[in-house]
Design a protein around this ligand. Sequence first.
Ligand SMILES: Cc1ncc(COP(=O)(O)O)c(C=O)c1O
Length: 355
Amino acid sequence: MMNKPADVLAFILQTDSGCGLIFRKKALLDWVEKTKNKLGKHELSFAVKAFPWSEGLQVFASRLDAVDVSNLTEAKLVMPYLKPEAEIWLTNGQVIDAQSIQDICEKRKIIWNVGSERDWQEAKKLNVHVALRISSSSLLKKDDPAFVASRFGFDRKNISNYSKADRDKVYALHCHHGGEKSTDETFKTLLSELLKLREEFPHLKKINLGGGWAKMSDPLISELAAMMPSDLIFVMEPGRAVTQEAGYAFSRVLSVEKRGERWFVEGELSPGAHLRWVRSHQWTLIPLAEGERVELNGEVWWGSSTCWEDDVLHLSKNGFSAGVGDVILWGHVAGYALSWNHSFNGIPQAKVFLV
Ligand SMILES: Cc1ncc(COP(=O)(O)O)c(C=O)c1O
């Protein structure tokens, strides 16, 4: 059964909005506090692209040790809330005007994620620290269930160029495993493989294990901490793990009708436009319809009126009843939904709320 927090229900009962995304402050903050406590001296960064929203970032950004930003907009959004010593990890440095990022970040430490020869040449010209980005496919075995052929970073076999010339510039090693299947074992393997490379970089201070923490177990952070030599810090850089327990999406039901063999339940929220990268499909129906509610047996399609044929959340559930005015509520809506929130084909953009 999907969890329906009282504050989310109370908000839906009093709002006029036909659809929206809701993030719970308490859940955001609890996740960050709990994780910070487990990390101890190790560090929590956050990938701003995963929740590019000033009001939302304000809830927890002051507790972060660092952020990962990929453009100037993200940097401007988060900067007012960061503690003075928080570090800025820069992804996509080659597309950002270096002077502008340095102006926005003022005196903060900037760590440029270098994952290509071009990045390296650019980074050398600037007064920044360097994190060498190593591709996860060169650290995981091909038969590892989490393996994906990663586009990001150097193959571990090709880092000797960087470990010979200018190696003193390398402040950190960074591996973001972009797949969806990371488990505890993935992080342990990535960390132990990265630790094998540290000999080559005498001034190494940090190992950044990137994102993908959505399914981590409770003891994982202490297990990783126990693997660390005392003079190195590990950094986790989650995106969706921070927001997924806090995020909900809702839409009022505008019509319920049978066309041919199938039932169609239409609302204002489009899975394609507003809920991309929301994978869990945890949902529930809040029975608020004042008029008739219809028993929907067999195949039921939920969606909105966009023209994209696949823009449906397929529900097939016997004994499911719905009526105009009911509210459908999704859980596990990670903050990436904000990045994709648009008004494709005339449907309204979802409003975003904090409760
Ligand atoms: C460099 C980097 N770090 C962290 C993240 C966050 O990933 P996730 O949402 O899987 O935790 C991303 C997301 O793409 C990323 O590119």
